[in-house]
Design a protein around this ligand. Structure first.
Ligand code: NAG
Ligand code: NAG
Ligand code: NAG
Ligand code: NAG
Length: 500
C-alpha cells in the first residue's frame, strides 16, 4: 500500500514536466482494525470543503447525519489513519443550525497500538432520538500536509506543492451523498488526479473545474471507512512556516503592576530547498520588485494595544532589523530575520514585551484573601497572510509568590497542565507557575483566550517588599542595574516597566 503511494510519488518526480502525468489513484478501506464504531448513524448528505489558500489545508465538513438505530444515540466517530491523526489540529464540531452555541465535546480515542485507525469521538449534549437528523459542521487543520514538488528550486523560481488526500470524506458510517470541493490559491494547477467517470454519481468528468475551485464528486453510497486517494499539485510561492516549538512565558507582577511576555520560537521552513547556494546579490536585486518567494522574509506580530518595551534577539544577539510601533490604537512588532529563511532552513529567536497589568487582570470577591481573574491570549506569535503552523506550544503563566488555588479555562485543546513553583532571584517560597501544552495549532487560533483564576492573599503582597528590604542592598543594586539595561526596539513610548 505505502509502496504504491511512493511509486506514484516517484512517478510524479520524474514527470513533472508532463502536464497530464499518470497519477495513480487508489481505493481502500481503513476500518480494518478490531474496533469499529457501532453503525448507529448514516450520513445523509455531506459537503466537504478543503481550503488550500494557506500553508496548511483547512477542512470544513458539513454533514446531515441521521440516527438509524432503535435507541437514542449521542456518540459520533470520525476515523483517521494513525499516521494522519497526528497531523490533525484544532478539530471542532458545532451544530450547523446553532453555530453560536458551545461546540460539542471532542476526544481522541486511541483504540489500540496495533490498529491502523484512530478516532475522534464527538459527544452531543443531548442524545439524538431514532430517525432524527442533525447537521454537524466539523472543522480541522492538517499540519505538514503540503510537500514541495519539485523539492529543489532556484532562488527566484515559482514553488509548486503537492497535496494528497482522499476524495471521500473520512467517515465511520455509510455516506449516501457527498462531494469534496477544493479552493486553490491560483489557477496554476499543473496536476490534479482525474477519477474515472464511473465512480461519479452523475457520470461526469471528475473533478469538475471552475476557476480556482475543483470539485470531486458527487459520489453516492460510499461505505464506512472507504478512501479514494487523489492529489493536486499547484503553485504556492510562499513559505511553509512550521514552528517546531513555541515557548511562551507570561510573568505577572502585582507589585510592579506589570505583565511581561516572552516568546521563544524554533522555526523551520518546509518549502522547497535551494538548488544552488544562496545568492545574496541576486536576492537584493530582485527584492526591489518584492517578487513572491518561498523564503520567510518578515513576520508581523499584532500585539495587545498598550504593549511597550519590545525586544527581538536571536542566537547572535539583538536583531536591529525590526520595527515596533505602539500608540493608543495599535502595537505592531515587525521583524525581519537576520537572513531570508529559505526552504530547509531553521531560525530560532525570542521576542518579548511588557504590558500594563490593569488591562489583563480583574479582582473578584474571594474567600479570606483576594481572588483574581487574568485574561490573556494563549499565544501570540506572528500573524502571516500565508499562515504558520505549530507542532507544540508550551505556555507558562508565572503568578506572584503566594498565589494559590489556580484554575484555568481555554477553548484550545490542551494536552497537559501542571502547576509548579518557579523560583527566581529574590523569591522566598517561589512563584506559582501554571504550564499548559497544546499541539497542532495554527495561527488562525491566535486570538483564543486563556483565563486563569487564582487567590492571592493580602499578606503575600508584602512578602516581596519585605524580602527585598531585608535582603542584601548590593544585590538589589546589581539587580536594578541589570533590569534597567535597555534592549528595546525603536522609540519608547510609555514608561518602561521591569518585573521585580
Ligand atoms: C501513462 O499511461 C499510459 C498507458 O496507461 C502509458 O502508455 C504512458 O507511457 C504513461 N505515461 C507516463 C508519463 O507514465
Ligand atoms: C537593539 O536594536 C534596536 C534597533 O531595532 C535598537 O534600537 C536598540 O537600541 C538595540 N539594543 C541594544 C541593547 O543594542
Ligand atoms: C534544521 O533543523 C533540523 C532539526 O530540527 C535539522 O535536521 C536540519 O538539518 C536543520 N537545517 C539546517 C539547514 O541546519
Ligand atoms: C489538568 O490535568 C489533569 C491531569 O494531570 C486532568 O485531570 C485535568 O482534567 C486537566 N485540567 C484541564 C482543565 O484540562
Amino acid at each position: 500500500m505505502r509502496s504504491l503511494i511512493s511509486w506514484a510519488w516517484l512517478g510524479l518526480l520524474s514527470t513533472t514536466a508532463v502536464a497530464d502525468s499518470n497519477l495513480t489513484h487508489e481505493s481502500r478501506n481503513i476500518l480494518s482494525s478490531a474496533f469499529s464504531p457501532p453503525k448507529h448513524f448514516r450520513n445523509v448528505n455531506l459537503v466537504r470543503n478543503i481550503n488550500l489558500e494557506k500553508s496548511y489545508p483547512k477542512e470544513t465538513i458539513n454533514v446531515v447525519i441521521e440516527n438509524i438505530d432503535k435507541a437514542a444515540q449521542r456518540e459520533y466517530y470520525i476515523p483517521f489513519e494513525q499516521g494522519s491523526l497526528g497531523q490533525i489540529g484544532g478539530l471542532e464540531v458545532v451544530d450547523k443550525k446553532e453555530p453560536e452555541k458551545k461546540g460539542f465535546a471532542v476526544d481522541v480515542v486511541g483504540i489500540n497500538p496495533f490498529s491502523t485507525t484512530e478516532y475522534y469521538k464527538i459527544t452531543f449534549p443531548t442524545p439524538l432520538p431514532p430517525k432524527e437528523q442533525l447537521t454537524l459542521s466539523i472543522t480541522y487543520f492538517v499540519l505538514s500536509a503540503l510537500s514541495p514538488l519539485p523539492r529543489e528550486i532556484q532562488q527566484t523560481d515559482k514553488q509548486y506543492v503537492l497535496h494528497k488526500f482522499s476524495a471521500y470524506a473520512p467517515s465511520a458510517y455509510t455516506t449516501v451523498k457527498q462531494k469534496t470541493k477544493l479552493k486553490l490559491p491560483t489557477t496554476d494547477v499543473p496536476d490534479a488526479v482525474t477519477l474515472p467517470a464511473s465512480l461519479n454519481a452523475e457520470g461526469k468528468e471528475d473533478p469538475q473545474k471552475q476557476g480556482t475551485s475543483y470539485t470531486y464528486g458527487p459520489y453516492s453510497e460510499i461505505e464506512a471507512g472507504a478512501t479514494q486517494e487523489v492529489s493536486v499539485r499547484y503553485e504556492f510561492t510562499k513559505p511553509l512556516t512550521h514552528s517546531k516549538l513555541l515557548e511562551r512565558d507570561i510573568e505577572v507582577s502585582h507589585w510592579g503592576g506589570n505583565i511581561a511576555t516572552e516568546e521563544r520560537q524554533w522555526l523551520t521552513n518546509r518549502a522547497a530547498t535551494l538548488k544552488n547556494h544562496f545568492n545574496r546579490v541576486q536576492y537584493q536585486q530582485s527584492s526591489y520588485y518584492n517578487p513572491p518567494t518561498s523564503a520567510l522574509k518578515e513576520m508581523r506580530f499584532p500585539l495587545v494595544v498598550g504593549s511597550v518595551d519590545a525586544y527581538f534577539t536571536d542566537d547572535i544577539g539583538n536583531v536591529s532589523t525590526s520595527r515596533f510601533r505602539t500608540n493608543k490604537k495599535e502595537a505592531n512588532l515587525e521583524l525581519k530575520p537576520r537572513y531570508p529563511m529559505f526552504g530547509g532552513w531553521n531560525y530560532s529567536f525570542k521576542v518579548g514585551w511588557n504590558g500594563d497589568l490593569q488591562n489583563f487582570l480583574r479582582k473578584v470577591k474571594g474567600g479570606d484573601g483576594e481572588s483574581y481573574v487574568l485574561k490573556i491570549p494563549f499565544f501570540e506569535g506572528p500573524k502571516q497572510a500565508e499562515g504558520i503552523e505549530y507542532e507544540r506550544i508550551v505556555t507558562r503563566v508565572i503568578l506572584p509568590e503566594g498565589a494559590t488555588n489556580v484554575h484555568f479555562q481555554t477553548t484550545l485543546p490542551i494536552i497537559s497542565n501542571t502547576t509548579s513553583l518557579h523560583r527566581t532571584f529574590l523569591d522566598t517560597i517561589g512563584r506559582t507557575a501554571l504550564t499548559l501544552t497544546a499541539v497542532n495549532i495554527v495561527d488562525e487560533l491566535r486570538d483564543r483566550e486563556l483565563i486563569v483564576t487564582y487567590d492571592y492573599p493580602f499578606v503575600a503582597k508584602f512578602t516581596k517588599p519585605l524580602t527585598i528590604t531585608a535582603g542584601i542592598f548590593a544585590v538589589f543594586v546589581v539587580a536594578w542595574v541589570v533590569g534597567s539595561l535597555d534592549v528595546s526596539i525603536g522609540r519608547k513610548e510609555g514608561k518602561g516597566k521591569k518585573v521585580a
